[in-house]
Design a protein. Structure first.
Ligand code: IDP
Length: 212
């Protein structure tokens, strides 16, 4: 009689964590796929309810699989560079602005290697825009090739925490994120000093300990 074997399901804590590598090291590794994603951000003086500073518009997207992530995708290094491949993905996901408004090597921030579910290296970029450029991208994205297919819509990340202690960034962080995009978001906010370290730590703590 065939025996039922309980499938092995590792808990998130058991799974090997992605590790940071330099861009040079990442480019020398064999047998890994490369994916590039970008955090677009723009400083703003706008205030929510005329009182809560928005500070920065930071763009993520709702993906086809119901998870949040950054615009971008896999890049085939046999026929393109990291940045050309990324810009090509951005044209499909966000629209033709990225034929001219290109993400460049100067916008590169970090690379991480992961072994599961498949061997891949994720390269993270961040690019500062002006509010008007950001608004133009948001309008254009509804007409982009992938809109309503791979991209369900763009979302702005709330960087504030409301008086209830959960609304805003903590609630946003309790969403489901693809791959290491949540750690990329926190790394971006931290390294670009869009938020202070204590604000980031508070938001992470509240996202894990408070639910409304
Ligand atoms: O925002 C992100 N940050 C980091 N990794 C991501 C992000 N979005 C997707 N990924 C990972 O990158 C790889 C490429 O996925 P994606 O859906 O972006 O590209 P594709 O459209 O070329 O398939 C997948 O392994 C996915 O888990």
């Amino acid at each position: 009689m065939a025996q039922y074997v309980q499938p092995y399901r590792s808990s998130p804590e058991d799974r090997p964590r992605p590790r940071n590598v330099s861009r040079e090291e990442a480019m020398k590794l064999d047998g890994y796929r490369h994916a590039c994603h970008v955090m677009l951000y723009a400083p703003t003086s706008a205030k929510l309810f005329d009182r809560v500073p928005i500070r920065y518009i930071v763009l993520m997207m709702m993906r086809f699989d119901g998870r949040l992530g950054f615009p971008g995708g896999f890049v085939d290094l046999r026929d393109t560079s990291l940045e050309d491949g990324l810009n090509r993905e951005l044209v499909e996901e966000l629209g033709p602005s990225f034929n001219t408004l290109k993400v460049t090597e100067q916008d590169f921030r970090s690379s991480q290697v992961r072994e599961m579910p498949q061997k891949a290296i994720t390269h993270f970029y961040a690019k500062e825009l002006k509010v008007e450029q950001m608004e133009a991208i948001e309008k254009e994205a509804a007409l982009a090739k992938d809109h309503g297919l791979e991209v369900m819509g763009l979302v702005r990340v709330p960087l504030y925490t409301l008086r209830d202690g959960f609304g805003g960034l903590p609630a946003f962080l309790s969403n489901n994120f693809i791959g290491n995009s949540k750690s990329q978001l926190l790394y971006g906010l931290r390294s670009l000093r869009l938020l202070r370290e204590d604000q980031i730590q508070d938001a992470i703590w509240c996202s894990q300990n408070i639910q409304y």
